[in-house]
Write a protein that binds this ligand. Sequence first.
Ligand code: NAP
Length: 280
Amino acid sequence: MAAEIINGKQIAAQIRSELKEQVERMAAQGRRPGLAVVLVGDNPASAVYVRQKKKACHEIGIYSEEHKLPGTITQGELLALIDRLNADPKIHGILVQLPLPDGLDEEEVINRINPKKDVDGFHPTNVGRLSIGLPAYVPCTPAGVLELVKRTGVAIAGKKVVVLGRSNIVGKPAAMLFLRENATVTVCHSRTVNVQQECAQADILVVAVGRPKLVKKYWVKPGAVVIDVGINRVDGKIVGDVDFEEVQEVASAITPVPGGVGPMTIAMLMKNTVSSAAEN
Ligand code: NAP
């Protein structure tokens, strides 16, 4: 039986519409959430992401401002901007679009953001809070992965979750999130021996490796839920890290690429911004 296709586009639209209602209520009480997006240099992919984020803010009713800075800006000038945004009561979320151009110290910039406005969840305070089980801003892509699984109605507690990939922005926080949901979590990476055998144990398989169609049918336990985070451009087409055509024959549910995890990332950024405004 073919797998259920998890419609991330539709779920993300549902989340945006829930947020819109919440923002309307908050705005009526004089508490409109605000997001500042900082874009340094002229990376075309970053410019696309920033446009999508602004559009989502506009749709939901979140106040947004874009700080577009030349790649020649100094570290000191960038830090001074972060300080101003930290102090600005209109702004509840600060997002610095990564990667920064060469010569700028990303770590120092992220560390400068007030953790209460760190809606990307990259500040070490939020990373630490997530790992010790305290409320924290969680990076948007893994937060989107968890939300997709939950909204698909899949029970997580006690399940075996395998996360393929251990990056700081996807794999590691995804593992922490599923652990927090009482799953038994295995994290695999490029040095894992027998990756396929590990993956084949998973009730829920989360794949974030950046290798087109790496995960094949025989890597997947029949009935598993497969979440594909990968975004790879192959011959002008976007494909995931999972061989969707063959894996959908064995999985019980699977995300497509595009239209799976991708749309969830911005929805979760919006959610983090609204939460920050509600809490601070
Ligand atoms: P990354 O930083 O390059 O990390 C890739 C991870 O995969 C590393 O931990 C690496 O292991 C592991 N890996 C690579 N090849 C492997 C293999 N053959 N077998 C087992 N493990 C392997 O990538 P990322 O930033 O996490 O992104 C992963 C994918 O998700 C990319 O396609 C990216 O475009 C996509 N992505 C999508 C979104 C979104 O949907 N909005 C957001 C972020 C990323 P080592 O640690 O040992 O090197």
